[in-house]
Design a protein around this ligand. Structure first.
Ligand SMILES: [Zn+2]
Ligand SMILES: [Zn+2]
Ligand SMILES: [Zn+2]
Ligand SMILES: [Zn+2]
Length: 410
């Protein structure tokens, strides 16, 4: 069973080639439990409803076709309604059926009676797809929360279409340097303040102002670097100059947008203005490599390339395959997040960390966005827009819907 576990844990392990059904059968035969493939003590000997697949009426009796948790589809059975003790799954079935019917044109759906007491196959098919999607998204959500190392929880939601978890995306918490690129992870200088808010602290040493006020809000203008206290500093974790390094504090939700913008990210709690929301992470590659990848990527892939052009243009962050929640944040020409360059343990000015701060109060449920053209430079005048061949080839129409929309993403 180790192989199945490894597959669930992720991309750096060898995927298991045996089907889920076979693994479950093996478990059952050996009387082994394995949470990651759905065999628990509860359903090893007992039957537990995983989801409902179909519905029919026979002689005025209602029946549901049951998929049993930890058992293959071939063992699905029809059960009379009164035997089912799963109100939530019944509700889900009902909602999915309703959603399907409201999507197909009126009059096109066949009533139960016309279909001899059975559901139209297309409806049942949709309901099963929806149930499988729900399980896959829940698994992905669990995985993201196992991997993340910050306080805020990550939720996943798709009430829009049948899209499941992305197949080629791996969650990381920090930069993943490409071979040959080294990120120094210990600062050469640390402060020895007793109170970093008032004393000549790390920012002053770097020749800049302390970035935060006493409410942990950013007070410096965009384009100014943030120098936080680091592992060499004498101060403790409550130092007012340690914000980005503590990671995302808010619970966020990766959700399917209904305006054709793929996945997006919304906050589930209110975010105060000028607050740190999340870091932008990905693979750190050279700009030559970014140019090469830019030629290979389609328009969507190109939008994940983030040039680290704070002081040089040697490196680019590529969040296409490796990233955190920021991978899913959509572009807007009127965004509510703003980009800042941050230095903590790595003081190499060619390799700043990228932090996204709120530009205004963001209410619970609002989508988070940032301006893709502000990547790095913090300046959106027309000459800052990258016109390198890779990005010029094809333009992507912007769907942000802002009054001030510039019309294109690149
Ligand atoms: Zn200090
Ligand atoms: Zn310090
Ligand atoms: Zn400090
Ligand atoms: Zn726009």
């Amino acid at each position: 069973m180790a192989a199945a576990g490894a597959e669930v844990r992720g991309a750096w392990c060898v995927p298991c080639l045996v089907s889920l059904d076979t693994l479950q059968e093996l478990c059952r035969k050996e009387k082994l439990t394995c949470k990651s493939i759905g065999i628990t003590k509860r359903n090893l000997n007992n039957y537990e409803v995983e989801y409902l697949c179909d519905y029919k009426v026979v002689k005025d009796m209602e029946y549901y076709l049951v998929k049993w948790k930890g058992w293959p589809d071939s063992t699905n059975t029809w059960e009379p309604l009164q035997n089912l003790k799963c109100p939530l799954l019944l509700q889900q079935f009902c909602n999915d059926k309703h959603n399907y019917l409201s999507q197909v044109k009126k009059g096109k759906a066949i009533t139960l009676k016309e279909n001899h007491g059975a559901l139209k196959p297309a409806i049942a098919e949709y309901i099963v797809k929806k149930a499988k999607q729900r399980i896959a998204l829940q698994r992905w959500q669990d995985e993201l929360n196992r991997r993340k190392n910050h306080k805020g929880m990550i939720f996943v939601e798709n009430t829009v279409d049948l899209e499941g978890p992305p197949s080629d995306f791996y969650y990381i918490n920090e930069y993943k340097p490409a071979p040959g690129i080294s990120l120094v992870n210990e600062a050469t200088f640390g402060c020895s303040c007793t109170d970093c808010f008032y004393e000549k602290c790390c920012p002053a040493e770097a020749g800049v102002l302390l970035a935060y006020n006493k409410n942990q809000q950013i007070k410096i203008p965009p384009g100014t670097p943030i120098y936080e206290c680091n592992s060499r500093c004498q101060c403790g974790p409550d130092c007012p100059n340690r914000i980005v390094q503590k990671g995302t504090q808010y619970s966020l939700c990766i959700f399917r947008t209904s305006n054709d913008c793929g996945w997006g990210v919304k906050t589930l709690v209110k975010i105060k203005r000028m607050s740190f929301v999340m870091e932008y992470v990905g693979e750190v590659i050279t700009s030559e490599e970014a140019e090469r990848r830019g030629q290979l990527y389609d328009n969507k892939g190109i939008t994940y390339l983030f040039d680290l052009d704070y002081e040089s243009d040697e490196f680019t962050v590529d969040a296409a395959r490796y990233g955190n929640v920021s991978h899913f944040v959509n572009h807007s020409c009127d965004p509510n997040l703003q980009v800042f360059n941050v230095f903590i343990d790595n003081l190499d000015t060619r390799l700043p960390r990228i932090a996204l701060f709120s530009t205004r109060t963001i209410n619970a449920g609002e989508e988070l966005t940032f301006d893709y053209q502000m990547k790095g430079s913090g300046d959106v005048s027309s000459d800052s827009i990258d016109h390198s061949p890779a990005k010029k080839r094809a333009r992507t129409v912007c769907k942000c819907g802002a009054v001030t929309c510039r019309g294109y993403l690149n």
